[in-house]
Design a protein around this ligand. Structure first.
Ligand code: GAR
Length: 207
C-alpha cells in the first residue's frame, strides 16, 4: 500500500471522496493536515479514524509555515501528498521536496484560469465549457503536468455557485481516480508530462 498524506483547508469533500474510494485499497491515508482549525475536513478524517492535525498558517511567513508542514509530513514518509482544497501557495523548496509525488485539484480546465475565482471567470468569459483538472504540482503555480480533466457545460443563466457545484460533483469522480492510478503504480510524472500506462481513457486524457 502507498502511504498518502492529504492537505486541506476547508470542507474536505475531495478528501471524503478519496477516503471513500481509495482508503484501505492501494492507498493508506496516514494523515490529514489542515492549515485552518475550523476545517470541516478534520471531522471527516476523525470519522474515518485517520489522524488529523492542524498546523496554523496564520501569522507565519511562508518559509516558517512550510518548514513546519514539511516536518509534520516527513514523520509519515508518504509516497504521495494530495492537496485537496489546500488554499496555500507553497515555497519552491517545499515543492521540490515532493516533485513527482504531490498532486492537486484545481477547479478549471487548466491551463485556463490558474489562481482564484475560476468559476466566475469562466462565466464572465462566456465559456461554453468549464471543469476541473488534477495535476502534478511543480514550481509553476497551477502549471504542472495535467493528469486528468473533467468537463461540464456552462449554462447561460449560471451563477458561479451553481457552476461550482457542477464542477465539484465531477471533482469527486476524477480525484480518487488519479489517486488510485498513482497508488497502483500506473501514473508517474516524467518531466513535463504525466504518464499513465494502459489507460482506459480517450486519447486526450479526459475521464
Ligand atoms: C475544490 O473545488 C478544489 O478544486 C478547490 O477548492 C475546493 C475544495 O473543496 N481548490 C482550489 O481552488 C485550489 N486553488 P473541498 O474542500 O470540499 O474538497
Amino acid at each position: 500500500k502507498k502511504k498518502v498524506v492529504v492537505l486541506i483547508s476547508g470542507n474536505g469533500s475531495n478528501l471524503q471522496a478519496i477516503i471513500d474510494q481509495c482508503h484501505g485499497q492501494d492507498a493508506d491515508i496516514v494523515a490529514v493536515i489542515s492549515n485552518k482549525a475550523d476545517a470541516y475536513g478534520l471531522e471527516r478524517a476523525q470519522n474515518a479514524d485517520i489522524p488529523a492535525q492542524v498546523i496554523l498558517s496564520k501569522g507565519k511567513t511562508r518559509e516558517v509555515f512550510d518548514g513546519q508542514l514539511m516536518e509534520a509530513i516527513e514523520r509519515h514518509q508518504p509516497d504521495l501528498v494530495v492537496l485537496a482544497g489546500f488554499m496555500r501557495i507553497l515555497t519552491p523548496e517545499f515543492v521540490r521536496q515532493y516533485q513527482g509525488k504531490m498532486i492537486n485539484i484545481h477547479p478549471s480546465l487548466l491551463p485556463k484560469y490558474q489562481g482564484l475565482n475560476t468559476h466566475q471567470r469562466a462565466i464572465d468569459a462566456g465559456d461554453a465549457e468549464h471543469g476541473a483538472s488534477v495535476h502534478f504540482v511543480t514550481e509553476e503555480l497551477d502549471g504542472g503536468p495535467v493528469i486528468v480533466q473533467a468537463r461540464v457545460p456552462v449554462f447561460d443563466d449560471d451563477a458561479a455557485s451553481e457552476l461550482a457545484a457542477r464542477v465539484q460533483t465531477q471533482e469527486l469522480r476524477i480525484y480518487p481516480l488519479a489517486v488510485k492510478w498513482f497508488c497502483s503504480g500506473r501514473l508517474i510524472m516524467n518531466g513535463a508530462h504525466a504518464e499513465l500506462d494502459n489507460a482506459a481513457l480517450s486519447p486526450a486524457g479526459y475521464a
